[in-house]
Design a protein around this ligand. Structure first.
Ligand SMILES: [Zn+2]
Length: 371
């Protein structure tokens, strides 16, 4: 079967397309794959739905993957003499798998490869094949060139390189059928936030803009229905496509929503879901950025069927409809948890692409408004 899209990587898309996984491993000379997934998916029996038998499995990955989990996965790869990786899951297993693949050929420590540590040029193409199979519709890591990892020192850092884009992505919306409503909602708004932030990024890339805007309209139209009817393959397919589109486009860079949610996602207590954090920040960041990109806000409103002045409020209402929180405090975040977050947000790799220039006070003001 030919790939349906070749843009950043080959994407095999559609209900039932998982049956191609064995052929893909063969095509990329992967005879001894390590399956990287997480405990929740193992409990759901998800590895059993793959059409091929991996050589070994590594599933010890926390919600926000850590350097420790990467090193444990690397040990499993080496012990089993693997020659490639199948990453099955949401963003955490796929991001962890990207780091495992990197360290099979690149020396430790992992932190030296982080974008803000100047690590981009250290990442070479000498990385084993990685086939990504998403089981959520949101992160888009299966087609993205980034991996987000909490390093041993405690910071959540982004490693970014075209060499980290998976060799192939197998996007089968059947794998997302029945996903619980809160996870569907939170990952779906993550996809929306990718479309919104990359569309508003001032970097010049009209091709990515068109993809992002189409993805926004698709997710806006289908996410509430996907949450309400979790076994409808049409809504699931639309959301998986919107997620893929968000990630295909975010090579333009993201913005303040992600700058803020990255350091909060590195907290060990409370453990916070990336998509849920983005949902809380989305309306606030739109309000903050609106004056810097009025044309973009208007275009997004058109894609959503609302006026430019109503876009922020429409996202706030979407959160309510989906049962997502409106405030950080509903997630157990207190003022004490916010210490150092504005500073980390300002230093985040997404900050330079925000459409409105950011100062420390701006990051703090949006945090305070969202608390
Ligand atoms: Zn995201």
């Amino acid at each position: 079967m030919p790939p349906t899209i070749s843009y950043l990587t080959d994407i095999y898309f559609g209900p039932g397309v998982i049956c191609e996984l064995g052929n893909l491993c063969e095509a990329h000379n992967v005879a001894r794959p390590l399956l990287v997934t997480d405990r929740g998916l193992v409990d759901l029996g998800m590895p059993g739905r793959l059409p091929c038998e991996p050589t070994a499995m590594f599933a010890e990955i926390p919600t926000n993957p850590t350097e420790e989990s990467v090193l444990a996965g690397l040990a499993a790869y080496r012990e089993n003499n693997c020659d490639g990786i199948i990453a099955l899951g949401g963003g955490s297993p796929i991001d962890c798998a990207k780091c495992i693949a990197l360290l099979t050929t690149h020396p430790e420590p992992l932190e030296q490869y982080a974008l803000i540590r100047g690590g981009r040029s250290l990442i070479t193409a000498d990385i084993p094949p990685l086939i990504a199979v998403p089981t959520t519709a949101g992160t888009g890591s299966e087609v993205g060139r980034a991996t987000l990892i909490t390093v041993a020192a405690g910071a959540k850092l982004g490693l970014i390189s075209p060499h980290l884009i998976p060799t192939a992505a197998v996007c089968d919306p059947q794998l997302t059928l029945g996903m619980p409503a809160p996870l569907t909602a939170a990952t779906g708004v993550d996809a929306i936030s990718h479309c919104v932030e990359t569309f508003c990024s001032p970097m010049f890339n009209p091709v990515a803009d068109a993809i992002a805007l189409d993805g926004l309209g698709r997710a806006w139209k289908n996410l509430p229905a996907a949450v309400k009817a979790p076994n409808d393959i049409t809504y699931r397919s639309e959301m998986m496509m919107a997620s893929t589109q968000g990630a295909l486009a975010f090579q333009k860079g993201l913005g303040l929503i992600h700058s803020l949610s990255h350091p909060l996602g590195a907290l060990t207590e409370p453990r916070l879901h990336h998509g849920t954090l983005n949902a809380v920040f989305l309306p606030h960041v739109i309000r903050f950025n609106a004056s810097a990109c009025p044309g973009k806000i208007k275009a997004m409103g058109q894609a959503m069927g609302v006026g430019a002045e109503a876009v922020a409020e429409a996202f706030a209402e979407l959160n309510t409809t989906l049962g997502l929180p409106a405030r950080l405090s509903e997630l157990g975040v207190t003022t004490a948890h916010l210490a150092g977050i504005a500073e980390a947000a300002l230093a985040d790799h997404s900050t330079p692409c925000n459409p409105r220039a950011l100062e420390l006070d701006d990051c703090q003001a949006v945090l305070d408004a969202a608390l």
